[in-house]
Design a protein around this ligand. Structure first.
Ligand code: ZN
Length: 342
């Protein structure tokens, strides 16, 4: 599926490394170097003399290190993530300021602005440039929000807080992950290439709470599963005398390697996904957006945006279709995992 790793795992891992990367675990490098031969290839243990075994061990160590470097590099180099995308006004006081692969949104108000998603730390100058290109001040960013606590959406938060003094507001169940720099993530906490600068949260959000600034209201809907505190943002914008319901989907994706059955780090994961489908289906949606442009076909819709024409981002049926497809994918994966667990 064409989705991002920590959301895009499906692009990067399968395309580049396949199952090797999914099974690969940076932490046990020492274990692999020391014991993998005797553990996994018993036939190798006895016949070889000590020097030969040492050579094999060294080669296996090198191989593991090489894999670590490759995996680390791929975790950060999806070209779409860091490729600039033209900033533009979506509707009303809502703007797109993200890259081609990582969506960020600016909500402007008379009392300062709200930024949703800090993306990679390397993307922060690009977000700043996009905001300035639209004629706004980066330093007017008063509130920073995220879609969910994965590094492709929140690794730049520490830098943005330093540069703007914005208050960082995060859904309760994602707070420990954000404040540990990703170490407390149920899936990727021991993957060094997924970690980032721990960032202090200024306000802990709870399901259904509002974030208000300068007359604009954003509602934080807990849509858990992809992360424990995955958040779908809802707001209203006014354009040409009409009011539109905006939904910014947190992430409905089941990443490769996610255990939906017997997950000790996240026992209620499958129930949480089920809860998410109910929430997503209940939200009124005119303007369909999400944490990655590919959720809502950013690249296809953007060229269709013309002054005076129909706004391509107004897509209630696209939203319904997307949610239905993702729920179906989840149900298929859950059934598969349940069968395998029998
Ligand atoms: Zn993610």
């Amino acid at each position: 599926m064409n989705n991002a790793w920590v959301d895009q795992a499906k692009i990067l891992v399968p395309r580049c490394l396949g199952d090797i990367s999914l099974g690969f675990h940076p932490q046990p490098i020492a274990d692999l170097g020391r014991g993998s031969l005797s553990r996994h290839s018993p036939s190798l243990t006895v016949p070889y003399t000590l020097p030969v075994r040492k050579i094999i061990q060294s080669v296996s160590c090198l191989l593991v290190l090489l894999l670590a470097v490759v995996a680390g590099a791929f975790a950060q180099t999806d070209p779409d993530w860091t490729e600039p995308f033209p900033p533009f006004r979506i509707a009303g006081n809502l703007y797109y300021v993200g890259s081609k692969g990582l969506a960020s949104y600016l909500v402007t108000t008379p009392q300062g602005n709200i930024l949703i998603n800090s993306d990679l730390e390397a993307n922060v100058p690009m977000i700043q440039a996009s905001i300035e290109k639209l004629g706004f001040k980066f330093t007017d960013t008063k509130i920073l929000l995220i879609s969910h606590a994965h590094f492709d959406h929140d690794a730049g938060s520490a830098k943005i807080k330093e540069m703007t003094g914005a208050k960082y507001m995060v859904m309760d169940a994602d707070v420990p992950v954000v404040e540990s720099g990703g170490k407390l993530d149920f899936q990727y906490g021991d993957r060094p290439e997924f970690l980032y600068r721990p960032t202090k949260v200024d306000r802990v959000l709870h399901d259904g709470e509002e974030v208000r600034l300068g007359g604009t209201v954003l509602v934080a809907h807990l849509t858990p599963g992809h992360t424990k505190g995955c958040t779908t943002w809802r707001m209203q914008v006014t354009e040409g005398g009409k009011t539109y319901n905006v939904v910014i989907v947190g992430s409905p994706n089941v990443n490769p390697g996610y255990k939906l059955v017997n997950n000790q780090n996240y026992p209620q994961i499958a129930d949480d996904y089920v809860r998410m489908w109910a929430v997503l289906k209940s939200l009124p949606c005119d303007i369909f957006l999400g944490a990655h442009g590919e959720y809502f076909a950013l690249e296809e819709k953007y060229p269709l945006l013309k002054d005076g024409g129909a706004n391509p981002f107004v897509d209630p049926s696209g939203y319904k279709k997307y949610v239905a497809e993702k729920e179906q994918e989840f149900n298929t994966e859950l059934a598969k995992q349940k069968l395998a667990a029998r």
